[in-house]
Design a protein around this ligand. Structure first.
Ligand code: GLU
Length: 471
């Protein structure tokens, strides 16, 4: 049975776009193998805990349509799914590790640790704990100190100079020598387990078959492998997906790209387009297709085909892809999405009428506003000076007043005939008209827009422009 998970920590504003990518890969792997996708909340770092983050993370996953089978708000057989509610679960294993000598109590003061690190650095060594407490206190002595109420942490007893190996579905065999690994703290002085300990216990107890996570966790894996060995558990299958990069190859960061997954939705990106784009990070469709559905992704995806090299997350490319999704959408579907996106600012009726005019021009839902806000509000100013075009505007108005059935082709015919009579370029007359009606130089086709606005409103706006420049 394939069981995958993401284990977000509620320490940020929302789900990071990189975490959304990891979530997608976990999700697709579970769906492909008819398995389960689990969301576990890793909230043992109380110092970095952000109120409300958990709720936002789960909501964002739902908004993207990455449905999960077990989590804090869904329940499941292996709960609780919030680590802070599992402290009693960890206790048993901590005791076991200590009694076997795989872990030990450490009473060193922060001052001693700082001094130790400084000295090691001065000697050009990697700062590591020197196992002082392991060598100076017998298990019984240590236990007595703990019972007396002394402050302590529990550390992993990492063996010296041992090669730790594990297989990674994306990277092959990875081997790291324990000399590069510190005696990791497993239980902090506040009694909470650290990530390293809790992740192993939970992945095991929750029967996670594939640990799919970002490459930044590779260096943690040997410590976790040691814990699996110490506890006598079978290793899960690992796959460390590449970290997304900015176009200049630096690590994806707030300064170069918006990093919160919900930001993209609030800017009018479609969840399916964002996921499609993320699917292409480090992976290519076997037929080199760029646009495909999630169902197709489930069909053709294989975890081992992900390339480990840092893929570039380019918002320009994503925006292009989003535009493609918009263009391929049925008008009615797009209309409803726009209606929801603007929360009633535009009537569904107006959206339905205008969608065919802007569908090929907008790349995000939000851009609709840029093109269509003039429908709601007459211009207060004009992007182009009309003071030298008042004559022609008056003539256009006079002709349009006579138009019976107010249709785009009738409006166009009148404008064209005026241009001919006056020997002015058709484009120029249209531009003057466009600016007078909308205030803008770039708009949807103007005759069609005027048809939607209606005759009275259109003529009133021409009048307003005339008055604006005559005053
Ligand atoms: N809590 C870790 C995080 O914040 C989970 C890492 C893992 O997947 O093991 O991403």
């Amino acid at each position: 049975m394939v069981r995958t998970r993401i284990a977000p920590s509620p320490t940020g504003q929302d789900l990071h776009i990189g975490n959304l990518y990891t979530a997608l890969i976990n999700w697709v792997w579970a769906r492909k193998n008819k398995g389960q996708f689990i969301v576990r909340i890793e909230d043992t770092d109380r110092k970095r805990y952000v109120e409300g983050a958990e709720k936002r993370i789960l909501q964002t996953l739902k908004n993207y349509g990455l449905d999960y089978d077990e989590s804090v708000d869904k329940g499941g057989e292996y709960g609780p799914y919030r680590q802070s509610e599992r402290l009693d679960v960890y206790k048993k294993y901590i005791d076991k590790l200590i009694s076997q000598g795989k872990a030990y109590y450490c009473f060193c003061s922060p001052e001693r640790l700082t001094k130790l690190r400084e000295e090691q650095r001065k000697q050009g060594k990697m700062p590591r704990y020197d196992k002082y407490c392991l060598h100076h206190f017998s298990k019984e002595e240590a236990r007595r100190k703990v019972e007396r109420g002394e402050s302590y942490v529990v550390r992993l007893n990492v063996p010296e100079n041992k090669e730790i190996s594990f297989n990674d579905m994306i990277r092959g065999r990875i081997t790291i020598n324990t000399n590069a690994i510190d005696d990791q703290v497993l239980v902090k002085s506040d009694g909470y387990p650290t990530y390293q300990l809790a992740v192993v216990i939970d992945d095991h107890l929750m029967k996670i078959s594939h640990v799919i996570r970002a490459e930044e966790w590779i260096s943690s894996t040997p410590k976790q492998v040691l814990l699996y060995e110490a506890l006598g558990w079978k290793l899960p299958t690992y796959a460390h997906v590449p970290i997304l990069r900015n176009p200049d190859k630096s690590k994806l960061s707030k300064r170069k790209n918006p990093v919160w997954a919900s930001w993209y939705l609030s800017e009018g990106y479609l969840p399916e387009a964002v996921l499609n784009y993320l699917a292409l990070m480090g992976w290519a469709h076997p037929e080199e297709k760029e646009i495909f559905s999630l169902t197709e992704f489930i069909d053709v995806f294989n975890l081992k085909d992900i390339k480990p090299v840092g893929p570039v997350f380019d918002i320009v490319k994503l925006t292009w892809m989003n535009g493609e999704y918009i263009r391929r959408m049925k008008d009615e579907v797009l209309s409803k999405k726009l209606f929801d996106f603007f929360k009633g600012k535009y009537s569904l009726n107006l959206i339905r009428q205008s969608v065919p005019l802007v569908k090929t021009r907008i790349k995000t839902l939000k851009e609709y506003d840029k093109f269509c806000s003039f429908f709601l509000k007459a211009p207060q100013s004009y992007e182009k000076d009309l003071s030298h075009s008042l004559d022609i505007l008056r003539k256009v108005k006079a002709k349009l007043e006579l138009v019976g059935t107010w249709k785009a082709d009738k409006i166009t015919n009148e404008v064209v005939s005026i241009a001919r009579e006056e020997k002015i370029g058709v484009g120029k007359v249209f531009m003057t008209l466009r600016v007078s009606i909308t205030g803008k130089k770039i708009t949807p086709p103007i005759s069609e827009s005027m048809e939607i606005l209606g005759k009275d409103e259109s003529l009133r706006r021409i009048d307003d422009a005339l008055k604006f420049y005559q005053a």
